[in-house]
Design a protein around this ligand. Structure first.
Ligand code: URA
Length: 434
């Protein structure tokens, strides 16, 4: 078999066989296919798509590129969650300890930032000392001892996804149903959970720009879940404007910590409770979604979810003094206000544009090997539906480069769109696909 022939076939819109897909995945993982050849094939998949059989074969080959964990000895029910990505999406940092605080075993492998979206692993690493790259034995041990572990892809779990994911990030191949479905589901299959809740984001700040695309991606991932014998629920959530107020690594971690302490933005709360309620129901099928939400919120208010997060961070080597005093997180050198020169109701804050702005400040990567700047980002003061007066500060840019900071201020002034007519707050939860 030959990679050039495989690239040519996909370039010419032909269907790839299972053997061709496996050859690509295994040989690229081993380093026998170059990044430029893999880029060509990934771009051809992006442009010409894959049918359901090809997507399933790609997912299974990626999952089988490393170890597949069997966690069945730990519990009959291990629930995982994954988001298809967004701007300001710090949900996993809040949700996973919250669900674990209710006694549900949480074993999660997260990703880094992709394109204009942030990644849970980059955010967790903002906490000094937090080790996202622990060994499999430690991952299992942490789950046994405290009921939760959150890790990155440094272990031998779906290593093909780790390589393809990083490649896609730098060749503009993120927004693709075959590539997203295989990336997410290969990780979920490898990490050993048997129940999965997927947050399928939809809107400008997501890879799926409209609801129809989000539904297609959801159905694809559910189908793969079924094949792998993993009960999967998809919740389609609104990502038209950034989630919460903070965008950028340290800033989002601080918002997540404050949320765990009870100060949670409304939209974040809606997503956390909806996903959490379904996770809880997957573990306890006899329960009721609305009751589950109450149960979850109780554990925010009584501090149990925050306590579980402290336990998690401590167990994985993180400095918990940062959780107790978030002022310890490194601050950007310049904090510049964004002032709007008009009054009215905000009707749009394009999340993709905010995400790109944050990446340009240094919060994301342009090349695979780039180091991110944890301290930069954006704090929004207002959200869609709010009324603002001319001269109000609507956001703050956190920058370490004055020139980039000033450019970001000008751009964000344009991103905020205002009108005279009152506008309703948008729905956060768009659909649940059971
Ligand atoms: N999250 C992933 O793990 N992979 C994607 O492709 C998108 C979001």
């Amino acid at each position: 078999m030959n990679i050039v022939d495989i690239i040519r076939r996909k370039r010419d819109k032909k269907e790839l066989s299972k053997e061709e897909i496996e050859y690509f995945v295994y040989e690229y993982t081993k380093g026998n296919i170059t990044d430029y050849q893999a880029s060509a094939l990934v771009m051809a998949i992006y442009l010409n798509g894959m049918n359901n059989r090809e997507i399933t074969d790609l997912t299974l080959a990626m999952a089988n590129s490393g170890e597949i964990l069997d966690l069945s000895t730990l519990s009959e029910c291990i629930v995982d969650k994954h988001s298809t990505g967004g701007v300001g999406d710090k949900v996993s940092l809040i949700l996973m300890p919250l669900v674990a605080s209710l006694g549900i075993i949480v074993a999660k492998m997260s990703g880094r930032g992709l394109g204009f979206t942030g990644g849970t692993i980059d955010k967790l690493e903002s906490i000094p000392g937090y080790n996202t790259g622990i060994k499999i034995e430690e991952f299992i041990n942490n789950i046994k001892e405290i009921g939760i572990s959150l890790i990155g892809q440094t272990m031998n779990l779906a290593p093909a996804d780790k390589k393809i994911y990083a490649l896609r990030d730098t060749i503009a191949c993120t927004e693709s149903i075959p590539l997203i479905a295989s990336s997410i589901m290969s990780k979920k299959i490898a990490a050993g959970a048997n129940k999965i809740v997927l947050d399928v984001t939809c809107g400008s700040g997501a890879f799926m720009k409209d609801k129809m695309q989000a539904e297609s991606l959801s159905k694809m991932m559910k189908q793969i879940g079924k094949l792998a014998n993993k009960e999967t629920v998809c919740v389609i959530t609104n990502m038209e404007e950034p989630l919460g107020f903070a965008v950028g690594n340290n800033l989002e971690v601080i918002e997540a910590i404050n949320s765990l302490k009870g100060n949670m933005p409304n939209d974040v709360r809606e997503v956390v409770l909806e996903l959490g309620a379904y996770m809880y129901k997957l573990a306890n099928p006899e329960t009721n979604i609305e009751e589950n939400k109450k149960l979850l919120w109780e554990n925010i208010i009584n501090g149990k979810a925050y306590k579980k997060f402290v336990e998690l961070v401590e167990k994985q080597g993180g400095d918990i003094s940062y959780l107790k005093d978030t002022n310890k997180f490194k601050k950007a050198e310049f904090v510049l206000p964004v002032i709007l020169n008009k009054s009215g109701y905000i009707y749009q804050i394009n999340a993709e544009e905010v995400g790109i702005l944050s990446c340009n400040l240094g919060a994301g990567r342009k090349k695979k090997e780039d180091k991110i700047d944890e301290s930069v980002g954006i704090i929004l003061k207002n959200k869609v539906g709010d009324f603002i007066n001319k001269g109000d500060i609507v956001a703050y840019i956190h920058a370490n480069d004055m020139q980039k900071g000033k450019e970001a201020v000008q751009k964000l002034e344009q991103i905020y769109k205002v009108q005279d007519e009152k506008i309703e707050k948008p729905e956060t939860i768009l659909e649940v696909i059971l």
